[in-house]
Design a protein around this ligand. Structure first.
Ligand SMILES: *[C@@H]1O[C@H](CO)[C@@H](O)[C@H](O)[C@H]1NC(C)=O
Ligand SMILES: *[C@@H]1O[C@H](CO)[C@@H](O)[C@H](O)[C@H]1NC(C)=O
Ligand SMILES: *[C@@H]1O[C@H](CO)[C@@H](O)[C@H](O)[C@H]1NC(C)=O
Ligand SMILES: *[C@@H]1O[C@H](CO)[C@@H](O)[C@H](O)[C@H]1NC(C)=O
Ligand SMILES: *[C@@H]1O[C@H](CO)[C@@H](O)[C@H](O)[C@H]1NC(C)=O
Ligand SMILES: *[C@@H]1O[C@H](CO)[C@@H](O)[C@H](O)[C@H]1NC(C)=O
Ligand SMILES: *[C@@H]1O[C@H](CO)[C@@H](O)[C@H](O)[C@H]1NC(C)=O
Ligand SMILES: *[C@@H]1O[C@H](CO)[C@@H](O)[C@H](O)[C@H]1NC(C)=O
Ligand SMILES: *[C@@H]1O[C@H](CO)[C@@H](O)[C@H](O)[C@H]1NC(C)=O
Ligand SMILES: *[C@@H]1O[C@H](CO)[C@@H](O)[C@H](O)[C@H]1NC(C)=O
Length: 430
């Protein structure tokens, strides 16, 4: 009986932490969308926070951006701490490639750059260190990768912190690629027309195979890049070229986000100066259909109504840009809100309604999320009861009675705890 009670309390704790997971806020994390889930991983806060946990927002459900229900993936813990890394979903829409960053051993909390690439298999919720052929993989931070139609990930330049005590850093201008079908790393040998070393840029791969690199810090002098000085890398010819964009003036920045819309607009948001102060405008659009590309600051004043944020992430899901976490310069607090931008109306909105999704592949059912976890729970508690009550029928009846009461109780407790957490969350944000 004592065991049973202990067991039940453990289960309550487990279910509660899964169903209403309250993730630590963070900077310099990654977010990817797989099927209808916005997954958040890695990032920096401090070592006492669980930034190695993997969790998601269910995009098949409506939500209010002040009332979020994150779901923890219990088996999804990263084997390391990392921030300022890049995460890319493979062509199978099932594998996450996590590359680079400031990597720390989870146990010793020492920096450890011995592995640069980790892969996550979504269908079995498992991180592995893949074996990779080809060139040696340089340790890099403050990078952004993109993947092309043939499964090649391109990673330009970035930072290598050569002495982590003195925090001395070097910037690079090489182009590294990971061919994901063959798992081969290559550092491309390009000598012509090389750009200056650059990190913390934004990277967007256009349908014509050109990667557009914007902003960030550059050169040995670590100055911020003029936002109109665009670097272009043609993945079909493996050649660099440059463009002077036209249009509105955009403050120089780093640690900002970008998304590419189906119409060929690169929408950038947030970021900061090198002294971590705010930049203007908050949101700007680079139209890549124009030649040269053209910057526009939305005439809709609402577009720039958000607080100044850096170190956040942005994903495009149908018409929505979804901004998560980051650091709020205006309040000097980590941001816990999710911000939603409607790219059709150019407005920030507060509620998310799932777009009609075409029927997904049957493979999605292999995922073990909340629902199957709770099913697993009740199955195991039933089997525990069965073995312990084999002795007498009376015991069985009592056991069943208790289990019904307990299961009801569990749900009431979870519900109350969730509610309480929500209230605390909401009041905590103000
Ligand atoms: C580190 O994180 C813990 C737990 O989230 C928090 O209590 C503590 O204040 C944080 N420390 C700093 C220096 O931010
Ligand atoms: C996401 O939400 C939908 C709609 O409420 C639900 O059917 C589905 O089970 C949820 N998926 C997960 C993994 O939570
Ligand atoms: C928060 O969302 C849940 C559903 O996810 C809903 O039941 C609850 O009423 C919402 N709370 C507030 C304060 O809007
Ligand atoms: C992955 O997703 C993209 C976009 O939704 C789709 O076009 C593609 O067919 C998917 N690939 C696989 C292997 O399911
Ligand atoms: C993911 O795991 C499943 C089950 O072990 C396996 O069949 C599949 O090949 C794995 N996917 C990748 C990309 O490794
Ligand atoms: C990068 O920095 C590490 C130390 O953090 C150093 O061992 C390594 O040689 C550096 N790599 C390059 C390519 O500079
Ligand atoms: C790293 O920097 C520290 C502090 O400046 C210095 O004491 C140490 O010798 C440096 N380490 C290397 C390998 O250069
Ligand atoms: C961009 O403009 C500068 C002058 O401001 C000019 O020197 C440079 O050649 C231009 N670059 C391109 C690619 O047109
Ligand atoms: C986004 O804006 C378009 C155009 O105004 C509107 O039709 C659509 O309903 C909006 N979507 C959301 C989710 O607000
Ligand atoms: C789904 O599973 C089928 C067979 O089980 C496989 O042929 C197909 O490629 C899988 N799709 C994805 C997106 O993994």
């Amino acid at each position: 009986m004592y065991f049973l009670i202990k067991f039940i309390f453990y289960i309550i704790f487990l279910i509660n932490s899964i169903l209403c997971y309250n993730p630590p806020r963070r900077n310099f994390h990654n977010s990817v969308i797989i099927n209808d889930r916005l997954l958040i991983l890695a990032g920096e806060k401090n070592q006492s926070s669980d930034t190695y946990k993997l969790f998601y927002l269910n995009l098949s459900k409506s939500f209010d951006n002040k009332n979020l229900s994150w779901t923890l993936i219990p088996d999804g813990n990263l084997p390391i701490y990392t921030w300022h890394s890049t995460a890319i979903v493979g062509l199978d829409n099932f594998t996450i490639f996590l590359i680079g960053g400031y990597i720390k051993n989870k146990n010793t909390l020492d920096y450890d750059f011995s592995n640069q690439v980790y892969t996550y298999n979504y269908s079995v919720s498992k991180w592995t260190i893949p074996s990779i052929r080809g060139d040696s993989i340089p340790p890099r931070q403050q990078i952004k990768g993109v993947i092309d139609n043939s499964g090649i990930i391109y990673i330009f330049g970035g930072v290598n912190t050569t002495n982590l005590t003195a925090f001395s850093r070097l910037l690079y201008n090489d182009m590294n690629t990971l061919d994901t079908p063959s798992m081969t790393w290559r550092t491309l040998s390009i000598s012509e027309n090389l750009p200056l070393p650059n990190g913390d840029y934004s990277a967007s791969l256009l349908p014509n195979g050109v990667i557009v690199y914007i902003g960030g810090e550059e050169d040995i002098s670590w100055t911020l890049v003029n936002m109109k000085k665009i670097k272009l890398f043609d993945t079909t010819k493996l050649e660099w070229s440059y463009m002077n964009a036209t249009g509105d003036d955009i403050d120089l920045r780093w640690q900002f986000s970008s998304v590419l819309t189906p119409d060929g607009d690169i929408i950038i948001f947030g970021g900061c100066t090198q002294k971590f102060t705010s930049v203007s405008p908050n949101l700007a659009v680079l139209d890549t259909n124009k030649s040269p590309y053209k910057w526009t600051i939305s005439s809709n004043s609402d577009s720039n109504s958000l607080p100044s944020i850096y170190g956040h992430s942005a994903n495009l899901y149908f018409n929505y840009i979804i901004i998560t976490f980051g650091f709020n310069i205006d309040t000097s607090l980590y941001n816990s809100n999710v911000y939603l931008y409607n790219i059709t109306s150019n407005k920030w909105i507060t509620s998310f309604n799932p777009p009609p999704v075409p029927t997904t592949t049957s493979n999605t059912s292999t995922f073990t999320g909340t629902s199957s976890t709770s099913t697993g729970t009740s199955t195991s508690s039933t089997s525990t009861l069965t073995t312990s009550t084999k002795k007498s029928l009376k015991g069985l009846a009592i056991g069943l009675g208790i289990s019904v009461v307990v299961i009801l109780g569990v749900f009431i407790i979870i519900f109350t705890l969730c509610k309480k957490k929500e209230i605390l969350e909401i009041s905590g944000d103000r």
